[in-house]
Ligand binder design. Structure first.
Ligand SMILES: *[C@@H]1O[C@H](CO)[C@@H](O)[C@H](O)[C@H]1NC(C)=O
Ligand SMILES: *[C@@H]1O[C@H](CO)[C@@H](O)[C@H](O)[C@H]1NC(C)=O
Ligand SMILES: *[C@@H]1O[C@H](CO)[C@@H](O)[C@H](O)[C@H]1NC(C)=O
Ligand SMILES: *[C@@H]1O[C@H](CO)[C@@H](O)[C@H](O)[C@H]1NC(C)=O
Ligand SMILES: *[C@@H]1O[C@H](CO)[C@@H](O)[C@H](O)[C@H]1NC(C)=O
Ligand SMILES: *[C@@H]1O[C@H](CO)[C@@H](O)[C@H](O)[C@H]1NC(C)=O
Ligand SMILES: *[C@@H]1O[C@H](CO)[C@@H](O)[C@H](O)[C@H]1NC(C)=O
Length: 817
């Protein structure tokens, strides 16, 4: 079937979103087992909060007729009046703030929600050091999703949202043209994995210490996280309560919208076992294992011929059995229909429904399962027991959210309301997040920061200089407010001259350039806010060029030529832009990248330009030159291919030229860091039980290295790093520790890869020591061609920093041989 059909479906969904605003969300209760129900219902075990969640869920599912069960398999799940089961809209968005989606409305008491930066910018703060995972302190990324989930709960209490959010997007940002790269934390598997697990934990976990005393006291046994775990065979850890439920998407190898006639609905990603294990699946594993995500979404594309939503191996073997997913799996919207109508993988709608359910899918975003579920059962293609499993996975998550715990005022977070949405604290956090992420890429002669008194008259131009909704990126809602770059800068200068320079982002004609050059020629300094927006990169739209659109380059160069003072170029974009012309132009003195910085982005930018904040963000992706657009976007190989001239992807494999590199980012101060201690030789203990990863045979010798899951996992050593701020200004430095595998490796391993990072703040002329714990098997293993892992013996090199590298060699030896 033609691609247009699915584009139409996509737009219809967006249209539906608007309709939902008006009548669906308000009205009936969103909670079950409330005191308004009959006593006979309230006496049923599923309403009894003293019973383990798994048992309550089994009880609830057992009370449904087959017809009622089938109706529950889709995102808009109807109410079951006779049991007081409320309707549930599963599809809610909260990528960087509660956002437009079928389950969310901004018509109601809450007319907006805090819009944080797009994840690509939040990730570039690199402020999510490993300690956030072990809970010693609350890091930055823990805080943004905590604010989002608090607003989500508050909107739920107001009847304006449901609690199942379909974020984060953790696909690897593999190609700079990808329209949805802005939604992700970038190209690195470690960074993406840590972002994924911290986001999930902060959105899902109930923390009494949070903004704390405001929440009502825990009620009943359910409030003790993890002690609820039941031994119920099918779902051992089903009992953990959830603040909100989030969804790791899109599983897996999904990162093409529409390129050269191939759209995401028809795309078959050909992925090697090595790349799947080493790159594409790593964030999903972390999201499930370390984050304990309660949901995953399978993608539109196929992987090696099999639609991901019909892939038993991925959904059941990998996600559920190997990683231990405890929650539900949803399809991307209409992905079940595509399986028979677009790619002819299943001969009929009934076969598609049966195949996805048997593969492990629980929810169909769309309507195929509701429409064809009964006939699939009637034709013997799927059994009711399989549907029961799906309903168990679905209702257990609703149960964990407290939806069947009675009146909302008795529920946890029941007191959250309007005051918790767009609070002053959240608005400031949105500015703080942008300020921590913004990346300084060029600062000739330290023209930045501007000295307040020295810039009497500032010229501002560029098509994003007064950006509002463009600052939000996609998957946005209604923000609390906008602080545009223009408005942010007005707080610092008495006289601000503004000319947009282009009519819009496409900047088709140069008619406004002259006026922009004119203000530049009379000002003490010039700021040009250029870049792209959703007309260039978004869902269903990949870019074909990495250059600035239309006449933007001409605008920038002309303004730079006419200017008498310093010229600062600000790029607003999700994906990388080839701005080599500006990098090498001596008349452009400073360059900043601000991602899509969210509702407070203009304030954060102005704070940085005037030195109220010292920038410390680092690029989370490689900035490729325009020539990279010759590479086939659908080539999923991460590694270069010397015979075909394919250059490979990401800093881990790509050896070609870059405009800027992964990890690039300057500060207004200078840091010096060194490795002060690390072993040069490390013995991996070899025990009797030690086995090769591959053949699990304790008497045979392993060829070149080994990975012993029994002992290797706990072996570790410490790398100590000293970092000093050598300037007069306080600032933040991100310490990035990479490893380089031995030369005589197993083949196809990365050139180097990030194994740990930590952002630290240092006062002027101060220094500190930071320790990194390295677990050789976890951090230094290589993934082999067949997808298994091996810690290769020999000399591994540890590298600190991406530029001005400091390196240190460690040899791994074992007495196993
Ligand atoms: C709830 O379950 C507990 C434990 O099984 C039981 O003791 C109690 O009587 C039940 N409550 C109601 C209202 O049925
Ligand atoms: C349905 O259940 C029956 C009886 O257990 C079994 O023989 C049959 O193979 C099942 N069908 C499917 C499609 O799983
Ligand atoms: C800048 O944008 C704001 C918000 O849309 C608008 O109110 C204001 O008029 C714009 N300023 C100029 C100078 O265009
Ligand atoms: C800017 O000035 C340089 C040097 O005078 C000139 O070569 C270039 O063409 C000018 N560019 C624009 C866009 O005016
Ligand atoms: C590398 O390129 C050659 C020549 O185009 C091709 O035959 C080969 O299959 C490619 N290797 C991989 C791993 O894609
Ligand atoms: C283990 O390896 C040894 C030597 O290669 C071989 O003789 C033996 O049969 C293997 N045992 C198993 C269980 O595979
Ligand atoms: C990390 O973020 C937190 C919360 O915003 C902030 O207090 C802290 O200073 C940040 N750390 C660094 C090193 O910038």
């Amino acid at each position: 079937m033609a691609a247009w059909r699915y584009l139409a479906v996509f737009f219809v969904f967006h249209h539906i979103i608007q309709i939902f605003q008006t009548f669906v969300v308000h009205g009936t209760a969103l909670h079950g087992c409330g005191s308004d129900l009959d006593a006979s219902i309230l006496a049923m075990p599923f309403c009894n909060i003293s019973i383990p969640i798994a048992d309550r869920t089994l009880d609830l599912v057992s009370r449904l007729t087959l017809q009622e069960k089938i109706a529950q398999l889709v995102n808009t799940a109807p109410e079951v009046t006779r049991l007081g089961i409320p309707r549930h809209e599963w599809w809610n968005e909260a990528l960087h703030g509660v956002a437009y989606s079928p389950g969310v409305t901004f018509t109601g008491p809450a007319s907006g929600a805090t819009s944080f930066p797009q994840p690509i910018l939040t990730a570039s703060s690199f402020n999510m050091t490993l300690w956030t995972l072990v809970g010693q302190a609350r890091g930055f990324l823990i805080r943004v999703p905590q604010a989002i989930s608090t607003e989500g709960r508050a909107m739920y209490n107001l009847g304006q949202s449901h609690l199942t959010f379909w974020a984060p997007n953790i696909n690897i940002f593999r190609d700079p043209r990808w329209g949805r790269g802005q939604e992700t934390p970038g190209e690195d598997p470690l960074l993406t994995s840590i972002y994924a697990s911290t986001f999930v934990r902060a959105m899902q976990e109930i923390r009494y210490s949070d903004e704390g005393s405001r929440y009502k006291a825990p009620f009943g046994v359910q409030m003790v996280p993890s002690e609820l775990d039941t031994t119920e065979e099918r779902s051992p850890a089903v009992g953990r309560m959830l603040k909100t439920s989030v969804c790791c998407k899109h599983f897996t190898a999904y990162d093409v919208e529409n390129w050269d006639g191939i759209d995401r609905y028809h795309f078959n990603a050909e992925v090697s076992d090595q790349d799947l294990e080493d790159t594409y699946n790593r964030p999903f594993q972390s999201c499930v294992q370390e984050g304990q995500a309660s949901s995953m979404m399978c993608s539109y594309n196929r992987v090696n011929g099999v639609p991901t939503c019909a892939n038993y191996n991925l959904l059941t073997e990998t996600a559920r059995n190997t990683w231990g997913l405890n929650g539900y799996i949803t399809s991307d919207c209409d992905a079940v229909e595509l399986i028979y109508s677009a790619v002819n993988y299943a001969p009929s709608a009934e076969d598609a429904v049966a195949e996805v359910l048997m593969a492990g899918l629980d929810l169909n975003c769309g309507s195929t399962a509701a429409n064809f579920g009964q006939s699939a059962v009637d034709q013997g293609k799927v059994n009711e027991s399989t549907i029961d499993r799906a309903l168990f996975d679905l209702f257990s998550v609703r149960m964990r959210l407290g939806e069947f715990d009675g009146d909302p005022e008795n529920q946890i977070y029941g007191s959250l309301g309007l005051d918790d949405i767009c609070s002053q604290y959240h608005k400031e956090l949105a500015i703080e997040a942008a300020g921590q992420g913004i990346v300084l890429l060029k600062n000739d002669n330290n023209v930045l920061p501007f000295l307040r008194g020295h810039i009497q008259k500032l010229a501002l131009t560029g098509p994003n200089a007064n950006a509002t909704s463009s600052m939000l990126g996609n998957y946005a809602g209604v923000p609390c407010e906008y602080i545009t770059p223009l408005q942010g800068l007005q707080t610092y200068v008495d006289l601000l001259l503004y000319e947009p320079g282009c009519w819009d982002i496409s900047c088709q004609d140069g008619g406004l350039i002259g006026a922009a050059a004119a203000i530049a020629s009379s000002a003490d300094a010039v700021v040009i806010v250029a870049g792209i927006d959703q007309t260039q990169e978004q869902e269903t739209l990949d870019r074909t060029s990495l250059l600035l659109p239309g006449q933007q380059q001409s605008l920038i160069e002309t303004v730079a030529n006419s200017s008498k003072g310093p010229v600062i170029l600000v790029i607003m974009s999700g994906g990388a832009v080839d701005i080599s012309f500006a990098k090498f132009n001596p008349q452009i003195h400073g360059i900043l990248w601000v991602g899509y910085p969210g509702q407070g982005g203009g304030q954060a930018l102005a704070d940085i330009l005037f030195g109220h904040r010292n920038p410390g963000g680092r690029l989370p992706v490689t900035w490729y030159p325009e020539s990279f657009t010759q590479v086939s976007m659908t080539d999923m190989n991460m590694k270069p291919n010397t015979s075909s001239g394919y250059p490979g992807r990401s800093y881990r494999f790509y050896t070609g030229e870059t405009v800027y590199s992964f990890g690039d980012g300057l500060s207004y101060t200078n840091f010096l860091s060194t490795i002060t201690s690390a072993p040069s030789r490390f013995l991996i203990p070899s025990l009797e039980q030690q086995r090769c990863y591959h053949n699990f045979n304790s008497t045979s010798k392993c060829p070149k290295g080994f990975q012993n899951e029994l002992t290797c996992d706990t072996a570790s050593f410490e790398v100590r790093v000293s970092v000093s701020n050598q300037g007069v200004r306080r600032g933040s430095e991100t310490l990035m520790l990479y490893s380089v595998p031995p030369k005589s490796g197993i083949g196809g391993e990365p050139l180097k890869q990030l194994i740990a990072f930590q952002r630290v703040s240092l006062d002027a002329y101060s220094s500190m020591d930071v320790g990194f714990e390295v677990l050789p098997c976890k951090h230094l293993s290589s993934v082999k061609y067949d997808g298994t892992k091996e810690l290769v013996e020999g000399t591994h090199t540890l590298v600190l920093g991406s530029k001005d590298e400091v390196s240190h060699a460690v040899s791994f030896v074992t007495n196993f041989f």
